[in-house]
Design a protein around this ligand. Sequence first.
Ligand code: NAP
Length: 232
Amino acid sequence: MELKNKVAVVTGVSKGLGLEIVKLLLEKGVIVAGWGRTQPDFTHPHFHFFSCDVADEAQVAKAYTDTVAALGEDIRILINNAGFGVAGALESMSTSDWKSMFDTNVHGIFYTTKRLIPAMKAADEGHILNVASIAGLNGVANFAGYVGTKHAVRGISHSLYMELRDYGIKVSTIYPGSIQTHFFDDIPGMDAHEHMMQPADVALTIVQTLETHPNYFVVDVECRPLRPKGKK
Ligand SMILES: NC(=O)c1ccc[n+]([C@@H]2O[C@H](COP(=O)([O-])OP(=O)(O)OC[C@H]3O[C@@H](n4cnc5c(N)ncnc54)[C@H](OP(=O)(O)O)[C@@H]3O)[C@@H](O)[C@H]2O)c1
């Protein structure tokens, strides 16, 4: 897709991967609506922030209405990036932590995506990119809930691409390994470090996936740090 002057919605834009995606899209001339709980500490004439907890459907509905009022309904790109993980043995995980991961990482994608599909169908062009994780491809001890959410993202994405491909809409999924972001801030015993991937590099892969020819569809992208523990 030619990106210049297209309108994109990106969720979870205050920091980490989402913020890097926003910055790169703006460099490409995209008009970006950032939907998030926390406003990023930066401004740009083509960046518009809409306060929104993606786990709350009423807030997503309002962000959508406000975005259409400000930028029009012709939104061609959706990056479902907002997400988080809570670690711990399953038997000691609280029900609220378990449910809140699913509310954001899975139900949030449903709330955002269903609103943006009709305009993409009308334009016969659109790209929805869901940020999963390598935790969406295999099991991880002490991360059963998070892994469950990201496996759900994979299944939803694959089903949706089959549903939407004939309408000119691509649904791609990225499965990153560890990225040096704030994701690990609340995870005991795990700290982000320099041997993880850099969020700007993952953002670049995402934007390159968007820039492909209309009939060239990248279904899945798996990326990992080459040397996750540094040079031996
Ligand atoms: N870091 C990794 O190693 C890694 C690897 C694979 C996949 N991922 C995935 O990458 C995505 C981005 O994570 P990150 O690594 O960039 O982590 P991060 O630095 O913690 O950023 C997460 C972003 O998501 C936002 N967010 C979380 N819950 C939200 C909600 N309910 N509604 C709206 N915004 C919400 C956060 O907003 P606040 O500032 O308000 O909290 C923040 O802007 C996630 O889906 C994560 O699962 C990360």
